[in-house]
Ligand binder design. Structure first.
Ligand code: NAD
Length: 446
């Protein structure tokens, strides 16, 4: 389903006509995304201006330089501003945020990035320090809403003390083109998952096995493509109708497929047997398969309720619990595809909202059970993404869902895949128990 405003915005004649006629039509910016596999120095040619006096600025400067960026303290034009706010300890200190961004925000080029660095507020014992660090969340979200019309994203990266050497992967993701539809998010880097953090920024998934459910089309196919591009061997799972889509992916990438319905009682066991016979284990598990069956609760049949909960939540939990003890390898990655519908709720989606919120609760509780093996578990919560699922929505809610975010457009399946590829990478070892919204800073949800 094409976005007519984006199409107009791409056409210089139509754009000029709208300007000349003074029509009040806000044209969304065309987001810049990266194609193909990640390149080793993905920030090459980008000027990153770093400010602030905290201890994180040096770590971050080194990470940005290693990724190819030119790191500066002053510049007339910059691709990105990074402000180290980790040393802000009292509310008066917040004036430093104002001073830095007031003078520099206009220097950021279209498609640029803002990253603010802090410490996790919920780990602070001193209420004043906690208030000060938590203020960074509201500041970041508001700034992202101001800068979105220029396709500039703003995100907060909090780094726990001692986890500084785990932050490079997250920084590269937030500064690069893989996060074009991620804004207003607060990512936390912690020491929770045991083991060494390795930050490989080239073919990071070579030698890894990735299992993706619902892989035949839409977001699942995009995830399979990205993980395949980064070197993973794929195990694709979808319903029998998805054979053709999975076949097309396996023409391009190494791997196998399994056609089954995830709600079948023996589905998880059949998947286990397939893994045992082929790769012997998996490193990455992506629970992506999902369905909507929308009706207000008074009109919703028990069948629709059960189907939505069965595919979206029960099958994801069942598969994870079956693979976790023996087949999920050390330093593994689990990502559940949730939804902003599971954070904010939607009328007509009590079943869907419950299932997607359930995934978030499951991920958070699973952290304690898998961290000692170095496994991380996270959710990605897409906002409005242009796929067959959203093309089937009625026109008015579809248009509202698409526009009500800071970037005034729907995301692409690739945006979700880029976020998943990041969370599945060795460089995301510090991020666990998190729900990353990929929604262009949608109005719905936290
Ligand atoms: P889609 O309908 O295009 O693809 C879903 C895939 O899951 C299909 O290939 C389908 O065959 C498979 N599937 C469904 N039920 C299955 C079952 N019982 N057994 C095996 N496979 C099954 O949907 P999409 O838009 O690509 O969404 C992918 C995920 O992203 C879903 O979990 C969805 O809830 C979530 N999501 C999508 C959006 C969006 O805007 N498109 C927003 C938020 C969350």
């Amino acid at each position: 389903m094409s976005d007519y405003l984006l199409e107009i915005a791409k056409n210089p004649y139509a754009k000029q006509a709208i300007r000349t006629l003074g029509l009040p039509i806000p044209l969304p910016p065309t987001l810049r995304r990266a194609d193909g596999a990640d390149v080793p120095k993905s920030l090459t040619g980008q000027q990153v201006v770093i400010g602030g006096e905290g201890l994180l600025a040096d770590v971050v400067g080194a990470a940005a330089t290693a990724a190819g960026a030119e790191v500066l303290t002053e510049s007339e034009r910059a691709h990105a501003l990074v402000f180290d706010a980790s040393d802000l300890r009292c509310t008066a200190d917040l004036a430093k945020l104002h001073a830095f961004f007031h003078s520099k925000i206009r220097q950021v080029s279209t498609h640029g990035r803002v990253v603010i660095l802090g410490r996790p507020a919920n780990k602070e014992r001193d209420p004043i320090v906690a208030a000060t660090q938590r203020a960074l969340v509201g500041f970041t979200k508001s700034l992202g809403k101001e800068t979105g019309r220029k396709a500039i994203t703003a995100n907060l990266l909090t780094i726990a003390e001692g986890a500084e050497d785990r932050a490079a992967g997250a920084l590269r993701f937030l500064l690069g083109q893989r996060s074009a539809f991620v804004s207003g998010q607060a990512l936390n880097v912690s020491l929770t998952a045991k083991g060494e953090a390795t930050d490989l920024n080239h073919q990071p998934l070579a030698g890894k096995v990735a299992l993706i459910t619902g892989a035949a089309r839409g977001i699942g196919a995009a995830i399979a493509t990205r993980l395949g591009q980064e070197g993973a061997t794929l195990i694709l799972v979808d319903r029998p109708e998805g054979q053709e889509g999975m076949g097309a992916l396996l023409d391009a990438f190494e791997g196998t497929s399994l056609a089954l319905d995830l709600t079948d009682a023996d589905a998880a066991e059949r998947i286990s047997a397939h893994i045992s016979e082929t790769t012997g284990g998996v490193d990455i598990l992506i629970n992506n398969a999902g369905v909507t069956r929308d009706r207000t609760i008074a009109k919703m049949s028990a069948d629709w309720w059960n189907l939505c909960l069965g595919v979206n939540l029960e099958a994801a939990i069942g598969l994870t619990e079956t693979l976790r003890p023996k087949l999920l390898r050390k330093n593994g990655r689990i990502v559940h595809i949730s939804s902003i519908g599971g954070i904010a709720g939607n009328p007509g989606q009590t079943n869907y909202g419950a299932s997607k919120a359930g995934l978030i609760g499951y991920a958070e509780a699973l952290v304690g059970k898998v961290s000692r093996r170095g496994v991380t578990v996270n959710c990605v919560a897409p906002g409005f993404i242009e796929t067959a699922m959203t093309a089937a929505m009625p026109a008015v809610p579809r248009e509202a869902g698409r526009r009500l975010n800071a970037l005034s457009q729907g995301g692409q399946a690739q945006d979700i895949a880029d976020a998943v590829a990041f969370l599945a990478s060795p460089g995301a070892h510090g991020i666990t128990g998190h729900t990353l919204r990929v929604c262009g800073l949608h109005l719905a949800g936290a």
